[in-house]
Design a protein around this ligand. Structure first.
Ligand code: NAD
Length: 256
């Protein structure tokens, strides 16, 4: 699918991987809805980009808010062709702790709700809007890119909730791609390794350095623009569908 002239929603677009993708898609001529819970940063990004970029405050877990973001893309940008699901939260929590406490159920539920249910909410609402659009000459109506994680494959100790949520996103991708094949909507996932975003900003510098060095090659943290370039390729290459693509410098996470 051609990016120029396409209408896109990027959830989590105010920060990190989503933000880099908003900027890349906009620079290539897409009209973009930045759907995020943080107003100031989302508004600032939209203002910085100017024409063709709008911020819609969106909690992806909320049905009405998701509908509002999709309706904004349709009414202001003439339809919807691309959804990039980047909204997400992390969390390092063990199932059983040395002090005898167990994983808080509410914290587990929250991570699943934002990462997995939020992704599904935006996927279903966006796909419904995409089906109403005219297909391009190749029969394509839309592309949906979900963000899973290498934690879906090698979840570490402390990542029970996060890895469960990302594993759910991974498993969602193929049945959605199969179901939407008739409508010409492709569904893929990107599984990032360790990227230099706000999600990692809270980690102390020596730990960030060690994390970077743990990547075989290139031995550093990934840059958000590298994620965005993969999203761009996925959008542009019509033969990619139903798959999750790792972008991790050959990293395979150790148990801890
Ligand atoms: N950074 C990494 O190393 C890494 C690795 C693997 C996967 N990921 C995944 O990539 C995605 C983007 O993460 P990031 O690193 O850019 O983090 P980030 O914290 O920089 O960005 C995440 C964005 O999601 C938004 N968000 C959180 N909850 C939301 C909600 N309920 N509704 C709408 N927006 C919400 C935040 O406000 C933020 O702008 C996440 O799904 C994350 O799990 C990141």
């Amino acid at each position: 699918m051609e990016i120029k002239g396409a209408s896109a929603i990027v959830t989590g677009g105010a920060s990190g991987l989503g933000n880099a993708t908003v900027k890349l898609l906009h620079s290539q001529g897409a009209r973009v809805v930045i759907a995020d819970v943080i107003d100031e940063r989302g508004e600032a990004v939209a203002q910085e980009l100017g024409d063709g970029a709008i911020f819609v405050k969106t909690d992806v877990t909320d049905e009405a808010a998701g509908k509002q973001a999709v309706e904004a893309a349709v009414s202001k940008h003439g339809g919807l062709n691309i959804l990039i699901n980047c909204a997400g939260i992390g969390g390092a929590i063990k199932i059983l702790n040395k002090d005898g406490t167990v994983h808080d159920l509410e914290k587990y539920r929250r991570i699943i709700t934002v990462n997995l249910i939020g992704t599904f909410n935006m996927l279903r609402l966006s796909a419904a809007a995409m089906t109403k659009g005219e297909p391009n000459p190749g029969g394509e109506r839309g592309v949906i890119v979900n963000t899973t994680s290498v934690a879906a494959y090698e979840g570490q100790i402390g990542q029970a909730a996060y890895a469960s949520s990302k594993g759910g996103i991974l498993a969602l991708t193929l049945p959605a791609a199969r179901e939407f094949a008739r409508q010409g909507i492709r569904v893929l996932a990107i599984a990032p390794g360790i990227f230099d975003t706000d999600m990692l900003a809270k980690v102390p510098e020596p730990v960030r350095k060690t994390l970077g060095e743990s990547v075989p090659f290139p031995s550093r943290l990934g840059q958000p623009e590298e994620y965005a370039r993969l999203a761009q390729h996925i959008i542009e290459n019509p033969m990619l569908n139903g798959e999750s693509i790792r972008i991790d410098g050959a990293l395979r996470m150790a148990p801890r």
